[in-house]
Design a protein around this ligand. Structure first.
Ligand code: GLY
Length: 400
């Protein structure tokens, strides 16, 4: 048995049909609406436990994804009564994000984009909600405050300038659209400039020779000189954490959209090629691309496939026709696997959207804690719905 099927074999795979995509989206929207009634204003946590999400307050870096599911459902839903229900629940969620910003609850980190794009920026774009706009602008200001000029990057985690925290992570490429958006809204160039400098620093060091990526990059805390790459959530230093690689796919598409710098097009192709040549038989990657078929005891990360599909669909808007068709067809192949083998089809099994995600798996060689291994993860649910909506309603809304 081959570990990975390879890019050539991918070309033979079947795409999800329009009907399959539509059926999947109908199910996902229904699941969201049922969850809204179940959660009653609470927020699902980052990952399910035994297939079901514990719920709580709007307190984690992941809280925006659930609100993003509401807005995508609102955008897609045609029944006026259900649409109104989604709108009023979405508006309540915006107020919760506004309070969170006022109280400055757990905002001292870089995940302002993950939190405030799918919640507040979407609310503003879809419904003209002004509280959402003001809240997202404050969030962009907060993200800007994480910038370290000496190394030209946004510090990911921890108190600014505290010991051991002179670090960026690949995931942050997805936080940057908040800065691009704030620049356009406010007319102030500094947000865009910071996004551009952070991207440039990231892309100068994050890819290895073979197109695989580091999860995190460390810098000298005083001079800002690049020091070294390391993993946190991957299997080991030098392996390719599957979700990091897919953050890189979507992240380079965002970088190219915003700068039209041809270097990012090249980076997108390299990082994508590595990802695509490390997919197992059913196309859903193991949690680190080091693993493949034959490593059946290792869990998958379905969320990384959903994120990659969104990145391919985003980039296909800017590519020459033949290449655009290749990536958009590829997305439908990846979605077919997610729909057939990973989407939740029975609420008795799970209240999530996508089974078999992995948040973080502890190994002797990485620095994360074990959490959400082989569970639904809330961003996997969200990006699955984003990918479906991107195909079914291409002109409807803009995302990350
Ligand atoms: N951004 C954190 C993660 O992907 O787990």
């Amino acid at each position: 048995m081959e570990k990975w099927i390879g890019e050539a074999a991918l070309r033979e795979r079947e795409e999800a049909s329009f009907e399959e995509l539509e059926g999947a989206m109908d199910r996902a929207v229904k699941q969201t609406e049922d969850n809204l009634r179940l959660y009653q204003g609470a927020f699902p946590e980052a990952n399910s436990v035994g297939g079901f999400y514990p719920t709580g307050k709007n307190t984690d870096w992941t809280s925006g994804f659930w609100t993003g599911e509401l807005w995508i459902s609102y955008d897609y839903e045609k029944d006026p009564e259900k649409k109104n229900f989604l709108l009023s629940e979405g508006e309540k969620a915006v107020l919760s994000f506004s309070r969170r910003m006022e109280e400055r609850h757990y905002i001292d980190h870089h995940d302002m984009g993950f939190l405030f794009l799918p919640s507040c920026v979407y609310a503003w774009r879809l419904t003209g909600n002004r509280t959402a706009r003001e809240t997202a602008l404050l969030a962009a200001e907060q993200l800007k405050s994480r910038y370290r000029a000496e190394g030209r990057y946004i510090q990911a985690w921890g108190e600014m300038r505290s010991e051991g925290n002179a670090r960026l992570i690949i995931d942050c490429l997805l936080n940057l659209p908040l800065l691009y958006w704030a620049s356009e809204e406010s007319g102030r160039a500094e947000y865009r400039e910071i996004a551009e400098m952070h991207t440039e620093t990231t892309m100068r060091h994050i890819l290895r020779e073979d197109g695989s990526s580091w999860h995190t990059l460390f810098f000298d805390p005083k001079s800002g000189e690049f020091s070294h790459g390391a993993t946190c959530q991957g299997y080991q230093d030098g392996s390719a954490w599957a979700r990091g690689q897919s953050w890189g796919i979507y992240g380079t598409a965002i970088a190219y959209r915003n700068t039209k710098n041809a270097d990012y097009l090249r980076d997108f192709r390299r990082i994508s090629a590595y990802f695509l040549s490390h997919l197992p038989e059913d196309l859903c990657p193991y949690w680190d691309l080091f693993f493949g078929d034959g490593d059946q005891e290792e869990p998958r990360d379905s969320s990384s496939l959903a994120i990659a599909a969104c990145g391919f669909l985003e980039m296909s808007k800017y590519l020459p026709r033949e290449e655009a068709e290749y990536y958009s067809s590829l997305s439908k192949k990846l979605l077919k696997s997610l729909i057939d083998h990973y989407q939740v089809k029975d609420r008795r099994q799970s209240d999530g959207q996508l089974l078999h995600g992995t948040y973080a798996k502890k190994t002797p060689f990485n620095t994360c804690k074990n959490s959400g291994v082989d569970e639904c993860v809330i961003w996997g649910d969200y990006f699955f719905m984003e990918a479906l909506n991107r195909i079914l309603r291409p002109e409807s809304m803009s995302y990350f």
